[in-house]
Each structure stands twice: as structure tokens, then as C-alpha cells.
Design a protein around this ligand. Sequence first.
Ligand code: HEC
Length: 267
Amino acid sequence: MKHLVHVAALAAGLLGGAAVAVGDEDHAAGEIRKYREMLEDGNPAELMEMKGEELWRTARGPKSATLEACDLGRGPGVVDGAYAQLPRYFADTGRVQDIESRLVTCMQTLQGFSFEDATRGWYKPGSEVEALVTFVATHSKGQPIAAPVEHPEEARMLAAGGDLFFRRSGPLDFSCATCHSLEGRRIRLQDLPSFQVAKDAQASMITWPAYRVSQSAVWTMERRLIDCIRQMRWPEPAFTSDAVIAIQSYLQHQARGGVLQSPGIKR
Ligand code: HEC
């Protein structure tokens, strides 16, 4: 663990540098790859997975119940492979849901939490929702991304996600595609995946949720997307809102077939 912290600090320092010449960027990209390989032996996200598993199995909330009967789409209590098949339609809520949204539903229905209590502080490092997502996602490691597009609502959300991805708006007139459609595009040292290219979309989506070295925290996909939207100066979408779920339907579709390696490690 000591070694791990050292490597993380080193990497954070390395990435802290702002303007770097192009040649240095290639060098830095190589360094980033190296530290990723080193950290893969011991991803700090594993602590979040353990925390999530404990939360899953602990009786909590007004109903003093565990989450072990939660239906994540593959039947009550089935965690294995569930993350790989989300977002998907759930008949009980009449909504297409992603993992965050579905976990919140179970915290409400099984444990009796209010929406506010279930989502309070979701964005804080080490939050309960992020821990639970990490636990569930880890149980899809080795599974191909296969969010279903069978129910009409699933098709509708996928189409809406595609629209949102390409729609230019806000004071900067940006769309997601402005930054994420060109192969090999980079802002400073950051590799920006193009979600138009299957192998790039897969390389991104198979490694979420991810421990972010620059943040010293595990981020889930909702967190990532809400932060990108904030950078675009669009109005910030609510946690678990349809807009954020629709974008994920689109991204998962673009990355379908990619074999999950969650949790990942990112800048
Ligand atoms: C102003 C440019 C910009 C726009 C516009 C933008 N992003 Fe991003 N996006 C980034 C940057 C920068 C990163 C972080 C890359 C890094 O940290 O290595 C990122 C990261 C991501 C990632 C994670 C990539 C990975 O590391 O696996 C996803 C997914 C993503 N963005 C989706 C979106 C979506 C969807 C939208 C539209 C709602 C969007 N982004 C809009 C700049 C942008």
C-alpha cells in the first residue's frame, strides 16, 4: 500500500504540469501507461469494492433491510453480470435505469430510505453510492458490455442519448462530439476517447467506475458525465436523471461487446 501511495503521488505530480510540448506529451502518455500498469496490481478502488459489499450485506434504513434482494436486472439478488447489461428497462419503475439509479431505487423500496437520504453526498469521495456501484461493477469483470435494446423505452433512451451527444448548445456551443469525436484528439495530456470508434469507446467504457489518481477518489460514470457537462457550461443535470441515463445508453451501445475490466484507474 505504501508503494502504491508513492506511485500515485508521483503520477499526480507528473500530470500536474500544465503546458507541455508535443514531444513531451508522447513521453508523458508513455509514463501514464507505465503507472497504470504498476497500479493495476493494487487498485485503491478495491477498498471501495469492499466497502460496497459490506453496504450491500448490512441491514440499514428505516426498514432495517439489506440490499441482497435488489433486482439489478438479472433477477433479485443477482449481482454477477448485472453492470454489463445496464442501462435497461425496469417494469416496476417504468424507467430505463443505470446502476446508480437502480441502487437508489432499491435503497428506497427495500430499505425505506427517501430519495434525498439515499443520494445525499453521492459526489463526496468514498460515498455510499459510489462504493455500491464499484462492488456491483466488479462483479461484471470479464463480461461483454451488452445493454439491451429490446423494450421500446430502451430504444427511445438510446436515441435520446445519441441526440444529446451531438446536440450543440450552451454558452460555448459545445456538443460532446466537439471533444469526443476525433480519433486521437487530446486536450493537454488527456487522451480523449472518440465514441464514434468502437475500439476507443470500448477502451473507455470497460474501465468504469475508475479510481482517478488526480482526484484520489473512485468516480462512477454518472459522476464523469456530470463533470463533462459542467465543463460544457450546460445546466448541471440532476443525479440519476433521464438525461444522464440516456447518454449512458448511447455510450454503452457504442462500446457494446467490450469486455469489462472494472474497476479501472484513470488520470
Ligand atoms: C470541452 C471538452 C469536452 C466536452 C465538450 C465533453 N468532454 Fe468528456 N471529457 C473531456 C475531458 C478533458 C475528459 C477527461 C480525459 C482524461 O481525464 O483523461 C473527458 C472524459 C470523458 C469520459 C471518460 C473517458 C475515459 O477516461 O474513459 C467520458 C465517458 C466522457 N468524457 C463523455 C462525455 C460526454 C457524454 C459529453 C457530452 C455530454 C462530454 N464528455 C463532453 C472533455 C470534454
